[in-house]
Design a protein around this ligand. Structure first.
Ligand SMILES: [Mg+2]
Ligand SMILES: [Zn+2]
Length: 176
């Protein structure tokens, strides 16, 4: 069975600059490329992102898709393979089945890609990313980039907290 790292998008692998409607707004963190290269030696990589801007009518699904394709393509040019990008387009009020921390997309990955969730990780800058991990028996890594610093007090004392994606990748793989 495969192991996976489920990466939050905004605030985790790219800067959280609010609702992104165009690839030109994407700013990768400096350590994202090295971190994902390190992770993909042992793990399949997925992006999982709540994009409530769609549900709010601020973003179109096409705009979000365009940004995601750009991210996946740019990573690909650096030799990094993202297996799938999972997007929840709903708002909290929609009470959908797929918004993080609901485990819908992780179970989809489990089914469609043979992922062993118990040996997988979720990395994110929001408490819902850590909750998502707990909901499937995976391990959560909280980063202080993006909204991380603002929300860190909401995280359980036992949670793993690291400065950024680079340290997360070292922590997960045990390799420098
Ligand atoms: Mg985030
Ligand atoms: Zn949803």
């Amino acid at each position: 069975m495969q192991k996976a790292v489920f990466l939050d998008r905004d605030g985790t692998i790219i800067e959280d600059n609010g609702y992104l409607s165009h690839p030109s707004q994407v700013v990768f963190f400096d350590d994202t490329f090295e971190a994902l290269r390190r992770l993909q030696k042992d793990f399949m990589l997925f992006i999982i992102t709540n994009q409530q801007g769609i549900g709010n009518g601020v973003l179109t699904p096409q705009e979000v898709e365009g940004v995601n394709l750009y991210i996946v393509d740019l990573l690909k040019k650096s030799g990094i393979h993202i297996t799938d990008v999972y997007v929840c387009p709903h708002t909290k009020d929609d009470r959908c089945i797929c918004r993080k921390p609901k485990p819908y997309f992780l179970h989809k990955a489990e089914r469609e890609h043979g992922i062993n969730l118990k040996h997988s990780f979720v990395v994110g800058d929001h408490p819902s990313d850590i909750e998502l991990a707990l909901n499937v028996g995976a391990r959560g890594i909280f980063v202080l980039t993006g909204h991380g610093r603002k929300h860190v007090w909401e995280i359980d004392d036992n949670a793993v907290v690291v400065p950024a994606i680079g340290e997360a990748s070292v922590r997960i793989t045990g390799k420098q």
